[in-house]
Design a protein around this ligand. Structure first.
Ligand SMILES: [Ca+2]
Length: 256
């Protein structure tokens, strides 16, 4: 009998065990992929522990991320994706992030109105996590906010529908462009801190709070700018503290 064979088999077995224990890291062209299987399972890349949320940290090894399936969290207290590193891009690739119960029924609507506390679609771990880009899909029926990002966020070509809290939340110096923000429980667009932001070409309809809340803290608030938006049937229209470019269409639920 070949004496090397048992040792070889042992090495093979331990290698398989290591592979099974390691977080699954799928890299195609440097893009790290996020799927329901890895998100609810072993984790999607280094730094992401098993189960929700998917954690994007500096350990992940890339600035570029993309969905490869719909993502469903099972309760309205859970967040789908949480980001702790600055300068990250997430391409949703047409997929949906949502809260759905065991039989697939949307489970949103539990707004706790507290930043960083409820079940959000995608959020940063603190307001100092800046320069996050999200685009290309939808975030629906989450317990709290669709998006809860920090300063210098760039959100475009996105739908946020029927979330319990804010549709799209950012901090200062952010850009929200070409998004549909409908039927969320709180504000449509909420730029929480001092202005210097732009909202361009969005459809902001039937949100429970103010359509555009681009406020309000300090003098810089007046430097926010919005144009080419449709803002209808929200709890309020546009909060004071932003300049209109004049091309907005506003109706019921307040002027702009
Ligand atoms: Ca995780």
């Amino acid at each position: 009998m070949n004496v090397l064979r048992p040792r070889l088999l042992g090495l093979l077995a331990s290698s398989i065990a290591l592979l099974a224990a390691a977080p699954a890291a799928y890299a195609a062209d440097g893009v790290l992929e996020i799927s329901q299987a890895c998100a609810a399972g072993p984790g999607c890349f280094p730094g992401d522990a098993p189960g929700f949320p998917v954690t994007i940290s500096s350990l992940a090894g890339s600035h570029s991320f993309a969905l490869t399936s719909d993502i469903a969290v099972p309760t309205n207290a859970e967040t789908a994706i949480e980001i702790s590193r600055t300068n990250v891009s997430i391409d949703l690739r047409g997929f949906e992030i949502a809260c759905r119960n065991a039989i697939g029924v949307p489970c949103g609507g539990a707004d706790d109105s507290t930043q960083f506390a409820g079940g959000d679609g995608i959020r940063v771990t603190s307001s100092s996590v800046a320069y996050v880009e999200v685009h290309g899909g939808s975030i629906n029926s989450m317990g709290d906010d669709g998006l809860e990002l920090g300063a210098h966020a760039w959100v475009h070509d996105l739908r946020t529908i029927g979330n319990g809290g804010v549709g799209i939340g950012t901090n200062d110096s952010s850009e929200i462009r070409d998004c549909q923000i409908h039927d969320n429980g709180s504000h449509g667009i909420y730029n929480r801190t001092s202005g210097r932001s732009r909202a361009i070409g969005n459809s902001v309809i039937a949100n429970g709070g103010t359509g555009l809340q681009m406020i309000l803290e300090g003098l810089l608030a007046v430097l926010s700018y919005y144009d080419e938006n449709v803002i209808l049937n929200n709890g309020g229209g546009v909060a004071a503290g932003a300049f209109s470019g004049g091309g907005n269409f506003c109706g019921a639920g307040g002027g702009c």
